[in-house]
Every structure is written in structure tokens, then in C-alpha cells.
Design a protein around this ligand. Structure first.
Ligand SMILES: *Cc1c(COP(=O)(O)O)cnc(C)c1O
Length: 487
């Protein structure tokens, strides 16, 4: 990476950022010292642990500092230039910038920067799809301009129609997200839902099976996207499948937006040209503030634009400002290098496991994450997650397809490369990470609880945690988090 390009961790302005944080913490300390202390401790803990949580990253100090301002004090319901509150001119500036950067970065006709999170972005998308595909035509049919003009009987007709639409998404245990029609989630109740899975033998999406399921169920909404699927998706095919039954294709790229932004996923693997509506988080591989975005075609834009106050609470203007900064960073050439490194490092991590005989769901990866099947170590995901944490390795347990241990204990560990790649970890470092993970798991034994075998209890062989933690610390020290930042 050349020094003229941003590192992602703000090394080029670390002295100034240090001054800013020192002053900020001093101010906080004078009011509630325990918050200042926890804030300092959080940085220490993040600096000293091997963060492999696939949905986490490290935003730049520029992004983080942007969130700590008086934009937080402003109400700005409505949209740019059309607010329900007065004096929103500066919010307009930052929201318009965030949306413009998002449109340019992703090549989308329209971007909505207000969603507070990925789940909120999905709710806005679902609402916008229902408003566009069901509510608007129903109003026309009933001869009304507005829902307030409907008779009680017509209102009942409209509500019944909106509440009985069909949605199909990827099942949770094969890598989908709970907002993709999982029954306990509101998406599984506001829609009549059915789920598609992956091929039981290969673990890959079987497009002909998805097409057959869609042809049979005829959903209004087909959702593509995932939280724990270690492979790329062919969105051209998904759009073809959706078109066959006139479904709206919604893609939730929360996990892999950074790979889209960084042009690792192009052509059929770039969802934006194929989806009617694309949603994302901004804090995962995209490396921005905690938040969400919705991208849409012109057809869905007017309904998405009404997200707040129809679905969302008042916009977080300070976070929209930070989205604008993060998206500006993602438009730099250095971000493409970063995204490519995220994918290359995932290859190295996967190969590191495979050559040490650890089993991976789908046998590998071609995105930013791997899903390690820990049943071959005789462990549950819960036991593996806890043992790894004892050694300073932060991962999360995750269900594998048809998981014998269910969604709580699970049989898998999900590991991602976005965060450590931001710290500067390279391919060799990720091979070493795989070695350390395997070393911990090989030295972990399930233990019995008071009532017999336990899915949570375990013992770690003496010295393992200390030995692995020391090795992890070497890697971390060689790739410091926020280099030059001193509190
Ligand atoms: C993380 C994630 C979300 C939820 O994002 P939040 O910001 O936590 O609300 C939604 N969809 C997918 C696919 C995700 O991976």
C-alpha cells in the first residue's frame, strides 16, 4: 500500500487523532469517569485480541470521530430538502453526500442513507416492496389516492392483501439471515414465508433447486444474501429465477458489501445491477460506522424514501455524516486493494485449515469467511468458541447445514478476514491463525456437567491458552490496531 493512500486505520493522521481522543476522554472523565475507563479498556481489548468475527471490522478514526458531534442533537425526519423539522440544512448536506457516495460507489440509481442498521434497512426494503407492488395497485383499483380515503371495508381489503404476501429467502442454518423469513423473526410473520437451502452434499446453492422452489411457491419477494455462506452468489441467475414468477429480487449484501465496493465481486457476482432493491450494513466488510443503507431502482425509490418516519425512527445524522466519510474512503483506490486482500486472506485461512485436516462447510471459501465444522474435533460450536476465547481468539459459533446441535450450541465456528486484514494481516499471517485455531481445538475436550455430557462445558489442556495467546500477541504486535494512536 503506498503512503499517499489512506491505510484504513488513519496512520497518516495518528498524531492529530491522538490529541482529539485524549481531549475527548478527558472531557468524558470529568462527568462519568467509568465510561472513560471502559472506552480506554475497549481499545486495549480490541488491540490485544485476534478478531475473527466475520461481521466486524475497524473503522478509521476519521469515521469514528465524525460520529461524536452535535449532529446527534438534530431531528431530521423526512428526506433531503423535504423535512418535517426546521433548520436541517447541514443534515441535508451530509445525507446527500452519503447518498451520492453510495450511488457512485455501487453504481446504483438511488441510495437511502438513513437506516440505523442492517435489520432496519431490510424492514424499509420490505415495506417499500409491499407499498410499490401491493398498496399502490390496490389503491388504484379501489379508486383511492390515499389510505385515509378508503372506506372501512376497502381498508380491510387492503390490509388483508398486504398481510398475505409471499417471501422466500435462504434458511438460517444454510447461511441466511433471520430477517430473510425466519419464522420467529417479524419477516416470517409479516410474510407467508418459505425458505430455500443449499445442496446437502456440496453445501453450495443449487440454482435449479431454488428455481423449482420459486416456481412452485411464486413469492412476491425473493431474497438473496447471507451471513454465513462461504461462497459467492450468481445474482444474474437469481434475477432470472425471480423474473420467471414476477418476484422482486432483494439482495441483502450486509456481509459482503466491501467486496462489492472493492470490485472483487463484479459481473454476475455484483448484486446491484440485478436486484430491484439492495440492502446492506455499513459496518461489516464496508468498514464504516454502525448503520445501514438501501439501494434501489427508480421504481422502488419513492417508497424507500419514505422509510422514515413510516418504518424508521428519526435519522441518526451523526452516523449519516460518518457514512459519508466511510463511503468516501471506500471510493479510494486503497479500498480495492483492501477488498482483494480480504478475499485472498480468506483463501489462505481456508487452505490453512484444509491442510491441517479441519473440515469446512462447502470445502472452502471464495468470499471473506469460512465456516469450520467442529464436529470432527468432537466439540460443539459453543465449546469451540469458548476455548478459543480463552486463548485470545474471538470467533462466533454458527449453525452448519442441518446442524445436529441446533442454533444455540451449534456445530460450527464462523471466521472472517475483514477485521484482521484492516490491521494489515497478510496470507502468511492467516495461515498461522489457522494453525493456532487448530491447536486450540485439538487441545480441547468436551467435559461433563452435573447431569452427564454437556454441550457447553470443556477442558483445555494445561498451557494451551497461554501458549496460543502468546503466539497471537506476536501477530497482533506486528500489525498494530490504530498505529500511532496513543491515549
Ligand atoms: C448483519 C446482518 C444484518 C443485520 O445487521 P444489523 O446492523 O445488525 O441490524 C442483516 N442481514 C444480514 C445478511 C447480515 O449479515
Amino acid at each position: 500500500m503506498t503512503s499517499s493512500q489512506p491505510s484504513g486505520l488513519g496512520a497518516e493522521y495518528a498524531d492529530t487523532a491522538s490529541e482529539a481522543y485524549r481531549a475527548a476522554l478527558q472531557v468524558i472523565e470529568s462527568v462519568e469517569p467509568r465510561v472513560a475507563e471502559a472506552t480506554r479498556k475497549e481499545l486495549e481489548d480490541q488491540r490485544s485480541s485476534l478478531k475473527l468475527i466475520a461481521s466486524e471490522n475497524y473503522a478509521s478514526p476519521a469515521v469514528l470521530l465524525t460520529m461524536g458531534t452535535w449532529f446527534s442533537d438534530k431531528y431530521a425526519e423526512g428526506t433531503v430538502g423535504h423535512r418535517f423539522y426546521a433548520a436541517c440544512q447541514n443534515v441535508d448536506t451530509v445525507e446527500a453526500l452519503a447518498a451520492e457516495h453510495a450511488r457512485e460507489l455501487f453504481g446504483a440509481p438511488y441510495a437511502y442513507a438513513q437506516p440505523h442498521s442492517g435489520i432496519d434497512a431490510n424492514l424499509v426494503a420490505y415495506w417499500a416492496i409491499l407499498a410499490t407492488r401491493v398498496e399502490a395497485p390496490a389503491l388504484a383499483e379501489l379508486g383511492a389516492k390515499h389510505v385515509n380515503d378508503l372506506s372501512e371495508a376497502d381498508w380491510e381489503t387492503l390490509r388483508n392483501r398486504m398481510g398475505n404476501q409471499r417471501l422466500m429467502g435462504m434458511s438460517l442454518d444454510t447461511g441466511g439471515h433471520l430477517t430473510h423469513g425466519f419464522r420467529p423473526n417479524i419477516s416470517g410473520k409479516m410474510f407467508h414465508q418459505r425458505q430455500y437451502g443449499t445442496d446437502p452434499t456440496t453445501g453450495f446453492i443449487d440454482y435449479s433447486a431454488v428455481a423449482a422452489a420459486v416456481r412452485e411457491f411464486k413469492p412476491l419477494v425473493l431474497v438473496a444474501g447471507y451471513s454465513a455462506y462461504p461462497r459467492r452468489i450468481n445474482f444474474a441467475k437469481m434475477r432470472e429465477i425471480a423474473d420467471e414468477v414476477g418476484a422482486t429480487l432483494m439482495v441483502d449484501m450486509a456481509h459482503f458489501a466491501g467486496l462489492v465496493a472493492g470490485k472483487v465481486f463484479t459481473g454476475d457476482e455484483d448484486p446491484v445491477p440485478f436486484a430491484h432493491v439492495t440492502t446492506t450494513t455499513t459496518h461489516k466488510s464496508l468498514r464504516g460506522p454502525r448503520g445501514g443503507l438501501v439501494l434501489a431502482t427508480e421504481e422502488y425509490a419513492p417508497a424507500v424514501d419514505k422509510g422514515c418516519p413510516m418504518v424508521l425512527g428519526g435519522p441518526l445524522s451523526h452516523v449519516m455524516a460518518a457514512k459519508a466519510v466511510a463511503l468516501a474512503e471506500a471510493r479510494q483506490p486503497a479500498f480495492r486493494e483492501y477488498a482483494q486482500a480480504v478475499a485472498d486472506n480468506a483463501q489462505s485461512l481456508a487452505n490453512g485449515f484444509l491442510k491441517r485436516d479441519a473440515a469446512l462447510v462447502t470445502g472452502g471459501t471464495d468470499n471473506h469467511l469460512v465456516l469450520l465444522d467442529v464436529t470432527s474435533f468432537g466439540l460443539t460450536g459453543r465449546q469451540a468458541e469458548s476455548a478459543l476465547l480463552d486463548a485470545g481468539i474471538v470467533t462466533n459459533r454458527n449453525a452448519i447445514p442441518a446442524d445436529p446441535n441446533g442454533a444455540w450450541y451449534t456445530s460450527g465456528i464462523r471466521l472472517g478476514t475483514p477485521a484482521l486484514t484492516t490491521r494489515g494481516f497478510g496470507a502468511d499471517d492467516f495461515d498461522r491463525v489457522a494453525e493456532l485455531v487448530v491447536e486450540v481445538l485439538q487441545n480441547t475436550q468436551p467435559a461433563a456437567g452435573p447431569n452427564g455430557p454437556s454441550k457447553a462445558k470443556y477442558t483445555l489442556a494445561d498451557g494451551t491458552a497461554e501458549r496460543v495467546h502468546a503466539a497471537a500477541t506476536e501477530l497482533l504486535d506486528a500489525n498494530p490496531l490504530y498505529p500511532g494512536l496513543t491515549l
